[in-house]
Design a protein around this ligand. Structure first.
Ligand code: 13P
Length: 261
């Protein structure tokens, strides 16, 4: 059995300018240091807006903080006439380890379909970034098709083009749970995360499926995170709203210490 290091990822979305991002990362570091958090047991990553990444990189590298960081999106292209877009090459040069692709807010607000998400995934891998591929069903999808069908088909679109042995992270984020305060139940999350892992096994083999981290996202808080992480196929959390409250995010990171009733 492969040991998958849990990943707690904070997607800041469009919050914090670069000055606030510096203060946030420093405070998170002090809070976790005081709590004697072990980076070896839980990986922590933050996803600031593009304009903050250089500042976050500088704090993390100069203070030798044990956080990873990444971007919330990237262009499928390397360079050229793509006004407003950011290349994976630039993100890699800034030391990003991860990049989020296919977040439901990109799929909805920027009309990104499965083919765009697949192209972005390949662009991330090409530049040595680990893509966090987001999938998830809307309320309507849930009623029509149940919980796993849409997320699995979104992931299959990526798997269809994914080179074998690629390191990716998958994030199951039901659209109805994002920002709603209504998280999925741990059992619902487990079922879909297991189905996503099974899809990876089908196309890329049992070893990659066993090594790939599958996260849950959608109204994750310090009060529910441990119940998700207790599930065998949930390897971490992609946190939105609660990731921009430093005390709350630090508590989420320390989920192994939580006692579940
Ligand atoms: P919330 O945690 O605010 O529900 O957002 C989840 C999310 O979209 C993370 O990417």
């Amino acid at each position: 059995m492969v040991d998958r290091r849990p990943l707690i990822a904070g997607n800041w979305k469009m919050n914090f300018d670069h000055l606030r991002s510096i203060a946030f990362v420093q405070k998170l570091a002090w809070t976790l240091k005081d709590a004697k958090h072990s980076a070896a047991s839980v990986e922590v990553a933050v996803f600031p807006p593009f304009t903050d990444i250089r500042s976050v990189q500088t704090v993390i590298e100069s203070d030798r903080l044990e956080f990873a960081f990444g971007a919330q999106d990237l262009s499928p292209f390397d360079s050229g006439a793509h006004t407003g877009d950011i290349s994976g090459e630039f993100l890699a040069k800034l030391g990003c380890r991860f990049v989020i692709v296919g977040h439901s807010e990109r799929r909805q607000n920027h009309h990104e379909d499965d083919s765009v998400v697949s192209a972005k995934t390949l662009a991330a891998l090409k530049h040595g970034l680990i893509p966090i591929v987001c999938v998830g069903e809307t309320n309507e999808d849930l009623e029509k098709f149940g919980s796993s069908a849409v997320p699995v088909s979104q992931l299959r679109a990526v798997l269809d083009v994914l080179p074998k042995d690629s390191e990716i992270v998958v994030a199951y984020e039901p659209v109805w749970a994002i920002g709603s305060g209504q998280a999925a139940t741990p059992l619902q999350a487990q079922e879909v995360c297991a189905a996503l892992r099974a899809a990876i096994a089908e196309t890329h083999g049992a070893d990659l499926a066993a090594a790939t981290r599958v996260l849950y996202g959608g109204s994750v808080k310090s009060t529910n995170v441990a119940s998700f992480l207790r599930e065998p196929d949930v390897d971490g959390a992609l946190v939105g709203g609660a990731s921009i409250d430093v005390d709350e995010f630090a508590k989420i990171v320390q989920f192994p210490k939580h006692v579940i009733a």
